[in-house]
Design a protein around this ligand. Structure first.
Ligand code: TRP
Length: 442
């Protein structure tokens, strides 16, 4: 017998779970290194504009798809737009699978750093330490541990696992993050960090590559473009507007990224670690910050523990949303019990993550392709599908806009401006991805 489709216990529970999905490694790890790579404050400004004009409108569309279809990422596109778009569901699930496989590796690093920093066991040569921790046998072991933890939460179900975990973990994350930002504010030489992060260089703002990385980052950070948010929204029972939900999630997510920058940049500049952030993109957070913590002795131990705990919470509540997409897809496809589906999906992803845990270049390539390119492709599909193909889109989103003009603007964005912008980004992203792959193979 098939189990009934799960649902959220409360709207707050849904919102915190969705914010939990959005707020992840992307907000701290990816955001920090992209911002430092792309000119600091200029990137921040472009990023915020992209969130408002591209991310949030698309997020509303993705949420609407899930709630209306009452199906997860795998089935919803076909259900809404007909059989010829069924492949979109498969693409979504595949993208999620690929992202989780390496996301869990980084979650594993985070767990390990939490333990090591708490024990005061991280020396000052953090670059060598990262090289040792990032790939190899230990990285595989920590990746498997991270997957096991993710599986344990998702096995508890939508209400008893995901929602319950989010209700506890997300408020804890907010408190920790604000405390960290306040502490960073006491650093005597953090000023240069704030300046870099907050004072934009106008020349950097109008460059195409700044825009391109901002779009990629917006998708990744909002969990947008592969049906994670769609799947969460498919467990909603309430009717009415999703516009507010979409914007609340986007606001919460970008606030966390922004405050995260108020933590990392003063620390980085206080200790003169700018070079290390740009040097190894994936390693930035794991090389620069532990170095600062090691320099600070006992204070560093406390602050560092708080920092990696925050990061671990963020990573876990995102990983569970990725796994939930796969679990829902397995259930939809096989009719198995949830528990069985969790074990299969979790086991398969754990295996698929091993190469990323053994080789940093593999991880980088997977992040480029799945975490950037495929999400933008997915976003383009969502825009076209809700803007042009799915006949019920209008009715689903008829209300909830503060003014009819806003609604018209939203439809125009979805139909015209967003697809055009994403097509532009895709051309650039394909070019970058090919270059990256060529460099990795060499
Ligand atoms: N948004 C998360 C982060 O910023 C990562 C994530 C979770 C994600 N679910 C996703 C990214 C779905 C893309 C799609 O770390």
């Amino acid at each position: 017998m098939t189990e009934p489709r799960p649902s959220w216990h409360s709207n707050v529970g849904f919102l915190l779970a969705a914010v939990g999905s959005a707020v992840g490694l992307g907000n701290l790890w990816r955001f920090a290194y992209l911002a430092s790579e792309s000119g600091g404050a200029a990137f921040v400004l472009v990023y915020l504009a992209v969130i408002v004009l591209v991310g949030a409108p698309l997020l509303v569309a993705e949420l609407a798809m899930g709630r209306s279809a009452r199906e997860g990422a795998f089935r919803a596109p076909g259900r809404l737009a007909g059989r010829r778009l069924e492949w979109v569901g498969a693409l979504f699930v595949l993208t999620g699978f690929a992202i989780l496989s390496y996301y869990s590796v980084i979650t594993g690093w985070t767990a390990r750093y939490l333990v090591d920093v708490a024990r005061g066991a991280v020396g000052r040569d953090t670059a060598a330490r990262f090289a040792e921790a990032a790939s190899g046998g230990a990285a595989v072991a920590w990746h498997l541990a991270a997957m096991a933890l993710t599986v344990a939460i998702v096995a508890g179900g939508v209400r008893g696992g995901i929602e319950r975990a989010s209700l506890v973990l997300m408020p804890a994350l907010f408190v920790l993050l604000i405390a960290l930002a306040a502490w960073a504010g006491t650093l005597p030489d953090g000023g240069a960090g704030y300046a870099f992060y907050l004072r934009p260089d106008p020349a950097r703002m109008w460059r195409l590559d700044t825009f391109t990385s901002a779009v990629g980052q917006a998708f990744f950070s909002l969990s947008l473009g592969m049906g994670a948010m769609l799947t969460y929204a498919s467990y909603l029972q309430k009717r009415g507007s999703l516009v507010r939900e979409g914007f609340v999630i986007a606001l919460a997510d970008s606030s966390v990224a922004f405050v995260g920058g108020l933590v990392t940049f003063p620390i980085v500049y206080q200790f003169g670690l700018q070079g290390q952030v740009g040097e190894s993109t994936v390693g930035a957070l794991f090389i620069a910050l532990p170095h600062a913590f090691a320099t600070l002795g006992a204070t560093g131990q406390i602050v560092g523990t708080a920092f990696f705990l925050t990061l671990l919470i963020a990573a876990l509540t995102s990983a569970i949303s990725l796994l939930e997409v796969l679990v829902d897809a397995v259930v939809a496809r096989t009719g198995w019990s949830r528990r069985r589906a969790v074990v299969l999906a979790g086991g398969a992803t754990a295996l698929a993550g091993v190469p990323a845990a053994l080789d940093l270049r593999w991880l980088g390539v997977a992040d480029r392709i799945a975490g950037n390119l495929l999400l933008v492709v997915g976003g383009l599909i969502i825009a076209i599908l809700t803007g042009w193909i799915w006949p019920g889109a209008d009715a689903e989103l008829a209300d909830g806009f503060p003014h009819p003009r806003v609604r018209r603007a939203w439809i125009w964005l979805l139909r015209v401006a967003i697809p055009a912008a994403l097509a532009l980004v895709l051309v650039g992203a394909v070019r970058d991805a090919l270059g990256e792959i060529a460099a990795a193979i060499r």
